[in-house]
Ligand binder design. Sequence first.
Ligand code: OFO
Length: 167
Amino acid sequence: MISPKMQDAINEQINAETYSAYLYWSMAAYFESENLPGFARWMKVQAGEEMTHAGKFFDYVNERGGRVTLTAIEAPPTAWDSPLAAFQAAYEHETKVTAMINDLVDLARSENDHATESFLTWYVDEQVEEESSADDIVQKLTRVQDAPGGLFMLDRELGARGAGGGE
Ligand code: OFO
């Protein structure tokens, strides 16, 4: 059985992961409004991944005999100054999520909850990928900033996400 403290902390993380999905949906809407459907697709795929992250926590709490409680999701921003600003915000958001996952690991350790510590390993590894994929696009956007047409080429590349074009 999971401790009430650990359960509550994971419930907060379910909220955070759902907020991530909401944030990326909002970024998808922004990219759609900018006529960048490839960027929008990338964000929609990312939002789907975030719901998978929330769902894995949801199932885990239940598996350990805990109780999932859902709380209000904060409204995300709705616009960014540029595609680069949006991806910088995504990268910064992921570094915050990494810190939250690390806090959960610390809590699992202090609770002597080996099962949760082991379960969280997947998220620790996933965050490395989350930060790196957002940062990769920040770097690419920085490079194409002054190149006309570069943004549209990148849009084509990002539009391949989830269509055999890699995650
Ligand atoms: Fe769930 O990894 Fe992003 O936020």
